[in-house]
Design a protein around this ligand. Structure first.
Ligand SMILES: [Zn+2]
Length: 164
């Protein structure tokens, strides 16, 4: 099957890349509205590895994260809402030179960029499964706190990564 190919118009922000202290080096090549990814994704199934080309960069078209975020863009704990996907990859790591991923981000009212993640409602360590029904949208800040505490103890604090 031919790999579908799409184009995102680049903005000046993307060409230069956003400063992102506190995060390992990454290469960001495009930003888009969430609907762009939701429109072009293919149905996620466990063995499916469908790809798409975006601005010439090969990336996955079928991801369970897309399904979770399509259900909700909002962190179940603190309420920040993902507003854009970035097409990017880590550099200077074992994955250097590896594939690009669409990562969903929210911007807090304080101007921090926060990565959105899929969270296991019932943790795998407590027998939770990988089915979509056990997944919810959670920002990285809350997800990391959940990893250290029980969910009822979660409190939101102003941490994250400054955008500019
Ligand atoms: Zn959160």
């Amino acid at each position: 099957m031919e790999t579908p190919s799409y184009t995102i118009e680049l903005t000046e922000n993307i060409r230069t890349g956003l400063p992102h202290p506190g995060r390992q080096a990454y290469e960001r090549v495009a930003l888009c509205e969430p609907d762009f990814v939701f429109k072009h994704r293919t149905k996620f199934e466990n063995s499916q590895k469908q790809k798409m080309l975006v601005n010439g960069y090969l990336t996955t078209a079928a991801s369970q994260r897309y399904e979770v975020f399509a259900n909700s863009l909002t962190c179940v704990n603190c309420g920040v809402t993902g507003s854009y996907f970035a097409l990017e990859r880590d550099i200077g790591t074992a994955r250097a030179g590896g594939p690009f991923y669409f990562n969903l981000y929210a911007i807090t009212k304080d101007g921090y960029e926060i990565l959105m993640t899929k969270d296991h409602i019932v943790p795998k360590a407590q027998g939770g499964n990988n089915h979509i029904s056990n997944m919810q949208t959670m920002c990285k800040v809350c997800n990391e706190k959940k990893g250290r505490t029980t969910e009822s103890e979660l409190k939101v604090q102003g941490s994250g990564m400054r955008v500019s």
